[in-house]
Design a protein around this ligand. Structure first.
Ligand code: ADP
Ligand code: MG
Length: 267
């Protein structure tokens, strides 16, 4: 935790809001933009700030071009303030809701997937499972950088809250069945995110959480028509032991050949 004070920052606009937190675009004393996530501890069943801080610690140790940089955190009254790198184009989810309502083009999907796989390979080689890969947690900026966000804190909180308060749509079948997480769970979630990027929503989005869950567990793995099929066949394998790792996916022809996001025109 650092010695920052809430008065050192000017909160500007809301970048994202969920039941658990609000993320603001903010300005620091040196007139630099940053993102600040504010979580109300009072609204959670968490008295131990230490627990939150320990989780945030994981994020603070991560340094990678495809991971949103952590800038520190502090407690103010009953709130935890978590500072991070400001990503000025917001999330892929944001783009799907506001600009590309029928989905993204193939080459963009591949390029974004490649960047996320690079981030996952880094995390997984450090034995860290993200657990919440989806378009809302993939951020971008106008330097055409793609970065994974939402570490630790949300994972801890969402783990505390019953699974059913969240959406199961991106969760791997084995996670829904046994609540056991392995790094392969992130690959499944990224596969679902590929479908989300292609069609603007994940499979079963129209269903109530419990119904969706049953379908994910009982039905064959989802896919989409067209040229993403080959990639999805490697990611959306229900048997986690057979599902590809990030490393193996990065070596696959389809990903190796994919153009980098930086080489594409700005979204
Ligand atoms: N560093 C950031 N820069 C820009 N937007 C952000 C940033 N962090 C979060 N957001 C926006 O706020 C939303 C929620 O943030 P997130 O960290 O995912 O919190 P939650 O745990 O509530 O899901 C994101 O989906 C994104 O739209
Ligand atoms: Mg999130």
């Amino acid at each position: 935790m650092d010695s920052c004070n809430s008065k050192d920052f000017k909160l500007l606009t809301i970048l994202g809001k969920t039941k658990l937190s609000t993320v603001y675009k903010a300005l620091n004393k040196n007139k630099k933009y940053l993102a600040i996530k504010i979580i109300d501890l009072k609204r959670l069943d968490l008295k131990t700030d230490e627990l939150i801080m320990r989780e945030v610690n994981i994020w603070s140790q991560l340094q990678h071009p495809n991971i949103v940089a952590y800038y520190g955190s502090f407690i103010h009254k009953t709130f935890v303030w978590i500072k991070s790198e400001y990503m000025n184009v917001n999330s892929i989810r944001h783009l799907l809701e506001n600009k590309y309502k029928t989905g993204l083009k193939y080459e963009y999907i591949l390029a974004i997937t490649k960047d996320v796989l690079i981030a996952l390979m880094y995390l997984h080689s450090n034995n860290i499972i993200h657990r919440d890969i989806k378009a809302a947690n993939i951020l971008l900026n106008s330097n055409k950088e793609i970065k994974v966000a939402d570490f630790g804190v949300s994972r801890l909180i969402k783990g505390k809250v019953s699974t059913f308060t969240g959406t199961p749509l991106w969760m791997a079948p084995e996670v829904l069945q046994n609540e056991i997480y392995d790094i392969k769970a992130d690959i499944w979630s990224l596969g679902i995110t590929v479908i989300e990027m292609k069609t603007a929503k994940p499979p079963h989005a129209e269903l109530k959480p419990l119904k969706a869950m049953i379908k994910i567990i009982t039905q064959p793995a989802p896919s989409v028509k067209g040229n993403l099929k080959t990639l999805l066949k490697m990611m959306l394998i229900k048997d986690a032991t057979k599902r590809y790792t990030a490393e193996r996916l990065l070596k696959s022809n389809i990903i190796k050949k994919a153009r980098l996001f930086k080489e594409l025109e700005e979204l």
